[in-house]
Structures are given as structure tokens and as C-alpha cells.
Design a protein. Structure first.
Length: 434
């Protein structure tokens, strides 16, 4: 049964992956057709074609390898300086440029001269290339909101899980009390496991972060604490101790290994699934996007540890880069977790949402062959033409993105090597959630 559920989880993730890719390419397709660019192909996946059907001028299909997708637009790159396809050069770099230019004019038909991608104004090309990643961003936001507001997320609450019997500095990293440790304010005040703290010093406390900040901000003060116990409210009085506690960053997250002197009450908060309102959801998503940007910037620095995890005896860190195979494996693990089905579904949705957020950020890198590289080329062309217009110089014409194809091949080669490294690590030393 566990194996069957694991396979089912992989299948569910694969469906979410395919939908995300199709959704991305739909953004490119719809805007390209909107601006009159001819699109011969819309494909989900790579490799041999499993299914295809032609509707109008576009062939729609699914390919065997579900690791990506594409649409093919006519005239992605402008012709050579003489207005024609240039002869094949013996230079390997020049050959890359000419191959790219030749591919851009495949399937050119009479009447297509006015339907080429490069002939569209730069702002239209930016929209076409941005539409794909933007669709992933929209899908990520919708899925995140669905989970945050519809299912809720696991977080600390204002309900007491356990009460510390003494005051121990968190920097000491011990749990046992000694005879020299003073009694904790929570124990002295009579706080019990199961109590729900509803107000602290007259301030309503519906959120753990708010309660934690209030406790930290009142060292040495005697404050009234109202708790809900057995269906009724009980008022307790506690003298907040001064203690070494874990430091928080600007986002309220604990900073590992760093401590500050602040107020201390002495209890552990229970964890529960809590639905978020729209404002809380927006804040949460903003934090996750910031984390994702930081992770993308830190990606090169994680390669040595990833190599050691794949080919050495190093551990696979929880925040290690993970590919499609690793994410599918996580999907399988989610299906086998001993948690309510609603929470399994929420975790699946979160996994697909995170994947779409990563697709958006990665594709926005200003490097060919990514969408961001084409966007950068169109913006550079617009800048050149506007400067020429202001300076009353001749129009420099379209920027020839094909000249950057050698760089694109290098970037693609690096990406392929990185993908293979992640694939090996995902197989031999995967990230686990259980």
C-alpha cells in the first residue's frame, strides 16, 4: 500500500508539472498570436512526439520527456546584414550564429514576412517573452493563496504545549533544571499545558509572533495574562524574567546560533494548522519570494556541497538544490505521510506552487536561451533606437540576438551539467521530508 501511495504521489506531481509547463507555454502562445506572430508548434515536453493535432496553423502536442516545453515562432532572429541567410562559416562560433538564424526562418511561407517575431516592436516582444514566466507567477500566487486561506499552514499558536519549570538560557542548550536555576515565570504564575493565551498585559494576542514580541519587550515587568482554560477565561499574573533568548531577524525568523537579552516567560507554544487572512498571505508570499531570490543568488555556492552529497559521503542539506526527479520523490513521500488527506493535498499544492515560483525566477535571468535573455535583447534594442532618435542618428535596426548564441550555448551547457549533478544527487542522496 505504501509503495502504491508513493507512486500515486509521483503521478500527481507529474500532472502538476505538465500543467505548469503547458500553462507557461500558453502565455507565450496567446500573446504571440495576439500580436500576429505565426506559431507553427506548441509542445509540452521534449523528444519523440507522443500525441499531436494541428488546429489552424499551429500543431499542438505532447512529447515523451516531460522536463520542459516550447513554442516555435517564425523569425526569432533577424536575417544577416545583407538581408539574406548568410553562407555557412567554418568558424564554430559563427556557425552557431548562422544555425540559430537559419532555424528562425524554418517553415517560412509566403506572407510570413509581416508575421516574424523580430519585426514586432520591442515592447511587444517583451510581452511575448515575459508572458510565459508571468503565467507561472500567477499560478504560484493562486496556489499559495488557496493553501494559505483555504487550508492553512502549520505554525506556532498562542496555545501552551508545555511549561518550563525553570529559567535556562537558550544559549546553554540544555533541558534539565538545576537547583540554582530560578523558577520560570510561567510555572510560578500557574500557566498549564492546554491554556490558550488570549491577552498579555491588556493586549489581545491572536498570533504567536505578536505574543512572543510582547514577552520579549517586557523583561522585569509584572503583567496580567488572560488565558482560556476549560471554556472560561482565567487571569494570571507573571513577573517576566530577563534571559538569553534566540535572536529574531527583521522578518521575525529565528537566527540560528545568535542570542539577545530579552523578556522570558517560560513555555513552549503548540503547533497547529492556522488559516491566514489575505494580508497575512501576501506577507507570507513576499517573504517566500525573498527567500527564493536569495536561494537563487546563493546557488553557485551550494554546488560543492551538492557534489559531495552526490559523489562523496557528505549529507544532503534540507535547502540543497532539487530537480524535477527530487521534487517528484518528495511528492511520493507526501502521499505516504500519516497526516490528514487535506494536509497531504495542501502539501502537494504547495510543492507545485513552489515549482512555479522557481520557474518564474529562473526564466527571468537575463541570459540566453532563457526568456529573460530575449527580454534583455528587446530592451537593449529599444534603448539603442531611442538614443539614436534623440541624437538624430540613423536607426540602428533590430538588435541581432543571434550574435549572442555562443554565450547561449555556454549557458545551456552549464545548465545541463548542473541538471545532471542535481539528478545524480536526487537519486543517490535525495532530500527527504519524513
Amino acid at each position: 500500500m505504501t509503495t502504491l501511495m508513493f507512486i500515486l504521489g509521483i503521478v500527481v506531481f507529474a500532472i502538476g508539472l505538465l500543467f505548469s509547463i503547458a500553462w507557461h507555454e500558453l502565455g507565450h502562445l496567446s500573446t504571440a498570436k495576439l500580436f500576429g506572430i505565426r506559431v507553427p508548434q506548441y509542445m509540452v515536453g521534449f523528444g519523440p512526439t507522443i500525441f499531436s493535432r494541428k488546429k489552424g496553423e499551429t500543431e499542438y502536442g505532447i512529447k515523451a520527456i516531460p522536463f520542459g516545453g516550447y513554442i516555435r515562432m517564425i523569425g526569432m532572429f533577424p536575417p544577416g546584414a545583407d538581408g539574406r541567410m548568410e553562407a555557412r562559416s567554418t568558424s564554430p562560433w559563427r556557425g552557431m550564429i548562422e544555425d540559430a538564424r537559419s532555424a528562425a526562418f524554418e517553415e517560412l511561407q509566403p506572407g510570413d514576412e509581416k508575421r516574424l517575431f523580430y519585426t514586432r516592436k520591442p515592447w511587444k516582444r517583451v510581452i511575448v517573452m515575459f508572458a510565459g514566466p508571468f503565467m507561472n507567477l500567477v499560478l504560484a500566487v493562486v496556489l499559495f493563496l488557496t493553501v494559505l486561506m483555504g487550508f492553512g499552514i502549520s505554525q506556532q499558536t498562542t496555545t501552551v504545549s508545555s511549561v518550563s519549570q525553570c529559567v535556562i538560557s537558550q544559549s546553554e542548550n540544555r533541558d534539565e533544571c538545576t537547583k540554582n536555576d530560578p523558577a520560570s515565570p510561567a510555572a510560578a504564575a500557574g500557566l498549564k499545558a492546554g491554556d490558550k493565551i488570549v491577552s498579555f498585559d491588556g493586549v489581545r494576542t491572536d498570533e504567536w509572533d505578536r505574543l512572543s514580541d510582547l514577552i520579549r519587550a517586557n523583561p522585569g515587568e509584572e503583567v496580567p495574562i488572560v488565558v482560556e482554560r476549560d471554556g472560561r477565561e482565567v487571569t494570571l499574573h507573571a513577573e517576566i524574567a530577563t534571559n538569553q533568548v534566540a535572536k529574531k531577524d527583521a522578518n521575525g525568523q529565528i537566527v540560528e546560533g545568535e542570542y539577545v537579552t530579552a523578556g522570558f516567560l517560560g513555555f513552549s507554544a503548540a503547533t497547529g494548522v492556522v488559516k491566514q487572512d489575505f494580508g497575512q498571505s501576501v506577507t507570507w508570499m513576499g517573504d517566500r519570494i525573498g527567500d527564493a531570490v536569495d536561494s537563487l543568488a546563493a546557488l553557485p555556492g551550494k554546488i560543492p556541497a551538492l557534489w559531495d552529497a552526490a559523489f562523496g559521503d557528505g549529507p544532503r542539506e534540507a535547502d540543497s538544490p532539487m530537480g524535477v526527479v527530487g521534487a517528484a520523490r518528495v511528492g511520493g513521500e507526501i502521499a505516504t505521510l500519516d497526516i490528514p488527506p487535506t494536509q497531504q493535498l495542501a502539501m502537494f499544492v504547495m510543492l507545485v506552487a513552489g515549482f512555479n515560483l522557481s520557474l518564474f525566477l529562473f526564466n527571468m535571468l537575463p541570459l540566453l536561451p532563457l526568456d529573460g535573455g530575449h527580454i534583455a535583447g528587446a530592451l537593449w534594442e529599444s534603448l539603442r533606437r531611442n538614443v539614436a532618435r534623440v541624437l538624430r542618428r540613423p536607426d540602428p535596426g533590430p538588435f541581432d540576438v543571434a550574435k549572442l548564441m555562443p554565450v547561449a550555448y555556454v549557458v545551456a551547457g552549464i545548465f545541463v551539467c548542473f541538471t545532471l549533478l542535481v539528478l545524480v544527487a536526487d537519486v543517490v542522496n535525495p532530500v527527504r521530508i519524513s
